[in-house]
Design a protein. Structure first.
Length: 151
């Protein structure tokens, strides 16, 4: 028997949840990179190239050492669920706390006295890592679709 609160639980198919996670990670990553590029436009071309390159290298490190483990945990958790899943389940509840902390740190850094071109390295690092990580969600979404079509 369904509870009367179940109608307020927005559920989607788990395939949709995987691609939704990828879209959200892409959007946030692009937003961070766009902000960083705007800050880099305030400095010389030579500095922008060096700082942008440092941010790109940082994004590879963050993606590989911080985000990959989290991504595969999320994907495994989503795929282990039944067909219909709450739309907010693309992250674990613990991850939502980490997201809130990261937003707080981003706002704090943005309003700090750190020069924006230097701050762009961190923003490109996290933004680029999020865009790279979103590709893992998309890849798993298409892999899952391929598996389902074979059945």
């Amino acid at each position: 028997m369904r509870s009367r609160f179940d109608r307020f639980n927005p559920t989607v198919d788990k395939r949709v949840l995987i691609v939704l996670a990828g879209i959200i990670w892409s959007i946030v990553g692009i937003m961070l990179c766009r902000l960083a590029v705007r800050w880099l436009s305030e400095t010389t071309l030579q500095n922008a190239v060096w700082l942008g390159s440092a941010g790109f290298i940082l994004s590879l490190i963050i993606h590989h050492f911080m985000f990959l483990k989290l991504l595969y945990k999320n994907i495994d958790r989503i795929l282990s669920k039944e067909d219909k899943v709450c739309v907010f389940a693309f992250q674990s509840w613990k991850s939502y706390l980490i997201i809130l902390f990261m937003i707080f740190m981003g706002v704090t850094l943005r309003h700090s006295s750190i020069p924006k071109p230097y701050l762009s390295v961190i923003y490109i690092g996290f933004g680029g890592a999020m865009v790279l990580s979103s590709l893992v969600y998309y890849w798993n979404f298409f892999r899952y679709l391929k598996q389902m079509s074979r059945r």
